[in-house]
Design a protein around this ligand. Structure first.
Ligand code: TNX
Length: 524
């Protein structure tokens, strides 16, 4: 057929499908049948306060370069740029929302804040052919269907936790983890930096914590720790991707790595011994007051505690909270507080009250696992729900905000089913649909949805020690949690989500992600 006048191409079925397959599902999206083609002559432009979008423009250029081979340049006149990133006043979009408009001539992402532009870029990435994720130049036609997407998140807290204590993960792994969650518009990474089995952050006033306490891990391998400089590098890497890092030092329990590093912190501990004939707890090693405990490489929990009656305990806590707060730009400090099974209850409560004071004195907002509800907490504290809705309700009644990490839904270290080789199953088997099918607004009965900050999926690392293990447990469940945090409930549904996420398999293959090919999902 001969078409006269401007000859506009219509979108291919693939480009049209990509428009329908965005995860997390956007608030609204409509395609109008046309097509945009990215070529080597494309330019990138920014509009807004000087320098405000320099970082995201560079991020976009670097994202597009490996697969396209294009060295995109800056437009002489921003308004004429092929891809225009712009900051505008549009209160509707909030801190993280964006509008992505695609015509056959131009792609435009507008937002109030750079974070919104960044999320618009993540959406654009999914609209391009999956080959865009390749590390080498591909001979593809870089088509995007035309249309408009208006989008913003339901919750401000969309996170994941990585346990670097049970097994240590090197810098590159943590950066890759950050890239993975950023791709699905998550904005929090909680680092579980200490536990019985390892201390993973340099504390200059207590150097043995990292040097000795960080020298092993579950199973007895070498372990490791981040220097403060490395930690700052992780923070900067995360910031470029609009992810806030939340450091956790788990106290007063889960503390053997500190008791092993400084005997004066130990007030007498029964350490379960790996390899004991009737299980580790049957034949514990009794380590007397003020003696360092042995390093611990088993998986049992709940046997260690700080001692409230020891003065040195508070010097330790003050120093650790101060040093770590000083190098953490985000407003939060996580004190752990879970499973303190050998801390006497009155001491536990007194500890929580002390933590609250100390964290506040360091100008941070305290977060703790839900058990902290037993202390004197208030609206300036955040409780993280994981197992007991009674504690979550108690925390909410005291005015605290909640982060939701219900273990039978979003504990990423839980096995998918009884055949999964990695992971545990004490909370549940969690298939992809189980991770998806719940609602943060109604999960904890009796809690006002307004007190829910959002969702966080923890990945505990007792059973995993490589990036490919991490990815196997992460995908395709982290994407479910990302959608729960982003997409409004009326736009969510397992059928739609499972069809959409199935189309992401080829992208994950290009990225070298070792995902679990759940049978609940029809993979492309
Ligand atoms: C419970 S969740 C823990 C962790 C374990 C995890 C294993 C929480 C606050 N405590 O110490 O690693 O189970 O699934």
């Amino acid at each position: 057929m001969l078409v006269l006048g401007s000859c506009k191409k219509s979108a291919s079925p693939e480009a049209t499908a990509a428009f329908q397959n965005v995860v997390p599902a956007p608030v609204s999206a409509s395609t109008d049948g046309g097509a945009f083609f990215l070529t080597k002559d494309a330019t990138i432009g920014t509009e807004g306060p000087e320098g405000a979008l320099t970082g995201v423009a560079a991020y976009l250029t670097n994202l597009l370069k490996p697969a396209t081979g294009f060295e995109l340049t800056t437009a002489a006149k921003p308004a004429d740029a092929t891809i225009l990133l712009a900051l505008t006043d549009n209160a509707e979009l909030g801190e993280e929302g964006y509008v992505l408009s695609i015509s056959s001539e131009q792609i435009k992402i507008t937002a109030q804040k750079a974070a919104g532009v960044f999320y618009g870029i993540q959406t654009l990435r999914q609209l391009l052919p999956e080959a865009i994720e390749a590390k080498e130049v591909q001979s593809a036609s870089w088509e995007v269907a035309t249309g408009e997407i208006t989008d913003k998140p339901s919750y401000g807290w969309r996170g994941s936790m990585l346990d670097v204590a049970r097994h240590f993960f090197p810098m590159d792994n943590v950066k890759r983890y950050i890239d993975h969650i950023a791709m699905y518009k998550m904005n929090r990474l909680h680092l579980h930096l200490s536990d019985d089995q390892g201390w993973r952050i340099e504390i200059k006033s207590w150097p043995n914590l990292a040097l000795h306490g960080g020298s092993t891990e579950v199973g007895g391998d070498k372990g490791g720790y981040y220097t403060q400089e490395e930690y700052k590098e992780l923070i900067a890497y995360a910031q470029e991707r609009f992810i806030m890092i939340i450091p956790e030092i788990d106290m007063p329990g889960h503390i053997n790595s500190a008791l092993a590093s400084y005997g004066e912190l130990n007030g007498g501990t029964s350490v379960p011994m790996e390899g004991a004939p009737n299980g580790p707890k049957a034949n514990p090693l009794l380590v007397k007051d003020s003696q360092p405990t042995p390093l611990y490489t088993g998986m049992e929990v709940g046997f260690s505690t700080l001692r409230f009656e020891k003065e040195v305990t508070f010097k330790f806590i003050n120093d650790v909270v101060r040093e770590l707060s000083e190098i953490t730009p985000g407003p939060y400090f996580h004190v752990g507080g879970d499973e303190a099974h050998v801390t006497k209850k009155p001491d536990y409560i007194a500890f929580v009250n002390k933590f609250t004071e100390i964290v506040k004195a360091n100008n941070k907002i305290m977060i703790g696992w839900e058990e902290i509800a037993q202390g004197n907490i208030n609206e300036n504290v955040v409780a993280q729900h994981w197992a007991n809705p009674d504690y979550a309700r108690m925390a909410a009644e005291k005015g605290a905000s909640l982060i939701l990490s219900p273990s039978p839904k979003v504990y990423l270290d839980m096995q998918y089913d009884s055949l999964t080789k990695l992971g545990l199953h004490w909370a549940a088997y969690i298939e992809a649909d189980v991770a998806y099918n719940w609602d943060p607004a109604t999960q904890v009965e009796g809690v006002d949805a307004a007190q829910v900050l959002g969702v966080e999926a923890p990945l505990w690392s007792e059973t995993i020690d490589s990036m490919s293990d991490i990815e196997y447990l992460l995908f395709p469940r982290i994407t479910a949690v990302a959608e729960l945090g982003w997409t409004p409930s009326e736009k969510r549904g397992w059928e739609g989500y499972s069809a959409r996420i199935g189309s992401h398999g080829p992208r994950w293959n290009r990225l070298g992600i070792n995902y679990y090919p759940s049978k609940k999902i029809t993979w492309k």
